[in-house]
Design a protein around this ligand. Structure first.
Ligand code: FAD
Ligand code: MLT
Ligand code: ZN
Length: 468
């Protein structure tokens, strides 16, 4: 009790220690992982964070930083030991500065992504990071995972959208790197070390983010495609046709559409013809909607002429645009509702996509007849959610037993294509050992050296990420 009180008294924010109030912070949104903690601390300021880190150093506790807790890899869930303080950034949600001339905004780590998108819009700017969890994930978590989402092909991932960081280090010091510069070669890039480090090197407390001109119009279309080869050809056509106006290019299989309809029967599918594959294409235009429509229409016209698409529907108003996007964005949730599944967040060179899917689908379904391939994702940037569900829900329980063997087939195939086994979801605990398996000794030596230099006590998010 005395220890708890000393933590409570050392900073000005909230401290949760009752098991019922801590419960939501001790499991992930899918309830795949569960842990214990000494307490959950919710600081208000960067100085509070410093005090909590120093308290943890003095008392031998480790720290698990947590944002919106929407992560996919168990990285924000503490381990079972109960010797951890979960440090929730939720109350550090102030906007420090918006600088429309520099096209930047400086915000605290606990700001919800969607709030930042809206804030940018109010200043006639675009903050383009966009993912289905945007209503609950936080910018600190987005940067700590180097989140991707649907706009990466045009604007890049979270790393590309961040110019500067403020971090509380594992020594309890503040590194003020909140620079709004697009050019800065004055030393090793500390910002890039913290981005994507999944809370294992320090705590991100604020960030300076890039803003872009707000497009005047954004339109999207669903197109039916016979093969993945056709989808990658269509991507090339769209890139040459629309250039920088192409802002999303997402892939979905017919199996995904079936699963979506089973789990979310109110989903409105806009195409009349069934096909093996579908793509969602989005174009954004800086002139007006008529311009956006003409880009999309002429792209699809050429695609029909070249026999790349067999059917297409363009959203004609905002509510249809939302419905079109919902079909893609609800995929993760629909699969979670369907029960047990095996997820893979992989990237391969786009040129190898079609062969990868064909060959790996065959290997998985030959080995496991109960596998239902739920393949969807961000084809435009080379990232697929190569997921597998059981064919019938009765198989759900025993399905987990095949996971290690399925992972081996999929990840070996990814590495054979010079791909990555974690494209945007991070390693957390889900993929940590698997990533180590495929890294060279040299790479592991460098990774450990970074961890040792920045977190010599090993107190930041132990057991997570590449060094673990
Ligand atoms: P959390 O889950 O709370 O934490 C994630 C990791 O970051 C943990 O390691 C945690 O310790 C660390 N962390 C959090 N905050 C900080 C901080 N301030 N300082 C240091 N470390 C910190 N991800 C994508 O990339 N693309 C997608 O398209 C996508 N789609 C999704 C769809 C759905 C429906 C859901 C539920 C999730 C999706 N995700 C996606 C995964 C998830 O939303 C992202 O990983 C997101 O960036 C996590 O943010 P968060 O605030 O929830 O972080
Ligand atoms: C998505 O792109 O929808 C998520 O990153 C993937 C998922 O839910 O598997
Ligand atoms: Zn994704």
């Amino acid at each position: 009790m005395a220890l708890l009180n000393s933590l409570r008294d050392c900073f000005s924010g909230r401290l949760l220690s009752e098991s019922t109030e801590m419960a939501p912070f001790l499991t992930d949104w899918r309830h795949k992982w569960r842990g214990n903690a000494f307490a959950v601390a919710q600081p208000y300021t960067t100085n509070d964070v410093v005090k909590i880190v120093r308290w943890c150093i003095d008392n031998g506790f480790s720290i698990v930083p947590q944002g919106g807790n929407t992560g996919m890899s168990g990285a924000a869930t503490p381990d079972q030991q109960g010797t951890t303080v979960v440090l929730s950034l939720a109350r550090m949600n102030r906007v420090r500065v918006i600088d429309p001339i520099n096209n930047t905004m400086t915000v605290e780590a606990g700001c919800i992504l969607q709030t930042l998108q809206e804030l940018a819009k109010d200043s006639d700017r675009l903050f383009p990071l966009s993912l289905s969890a945007e209503g609950s994930c936080m910018i600190g978590g987005n940067l700590a995972t180097n989140a991707g989402g649907v706009g990466v092909l045009r604007y890049g991932n979270a790393r590309d959208l961040c110019l500067g960081l403020e971090v509380v280090t594992a020594d309890g010091e503040i590194w003020d790197g909140l620079r709004g510069l697009r050019k800065d070669n004055s030393g090793y890039d500390l910002r890039d070390l913290f981005i994507g480090s999944e809370g294992t090197l320090g705590i991100i407390t604020a960030a300076t983010l890039k803003l872009f001109p707000l497009p005047k119009a954004t339109l999207c279309a669903w197109a039916a495609i016979g093969t993945v080869e056709n989808a990658t050809e269509l991507l090339q056509l769209a890139q040459s046709h629309a250039g920088a106006k192409l802002t999303a290019f997402e892939l979905l299989s017919q199996d995904c559409v079936d699963l979506l309809r089973e789990q979310m029967p109110s989903s409105r599918w806009p195409l009349s013809q069934a096909s093996d594959w579908y793509v969602l294409i989005e174009v954004s235009d800086n002139v007006d909607e008529a311009n956006a429509a003409s880009t999309l229409e002429s792209l699809l016209e050429t695609a029909f002429e070249q026999a790349l698409v067999t059917d297409a529907a363009i959203a004609t108003n905002l509510s249809q645009t939302r419905d079109f996007w919902a079909l893609r964005e609800n995929m993760g949730e629909a699969q979670a509702k369907a029960g047990k599944n095996i997820k893979h967040d992989i990237s391969v060179p786009i040129s190898k996509f079609a062969a990868f899917i064909r060959e790996t689908n065959a290997k998985v379904t030959n080995a496991f007849s109960e596998a239902r391939m739920i393949v969807f994702g961000h084809l435009g940037d080379g990232n697929l959610h190569y997921n597998i569900s059981p064919k019938t829900s009765e198989r759900g329980e025993s399905f987990s037993e095949i996971e290690p063997a399925v992972n081996r087939i999929v990840h070996d195939a990814v590495i054979a294509c010079a791909g990555s086994i974690s494209a945007e979801h991070g390693l957390g605990v889900l993929r940590a050992a698997e990533a180590r398996r495929y890294k060279s000794d040299v790479e592991m030596k460098l990774q450990r050296a970074i961890k040792q230099a920045l977190d010599p006590r090993g107190m930041m998010n132990p057991g997570k990420g590449i060094v673990g």
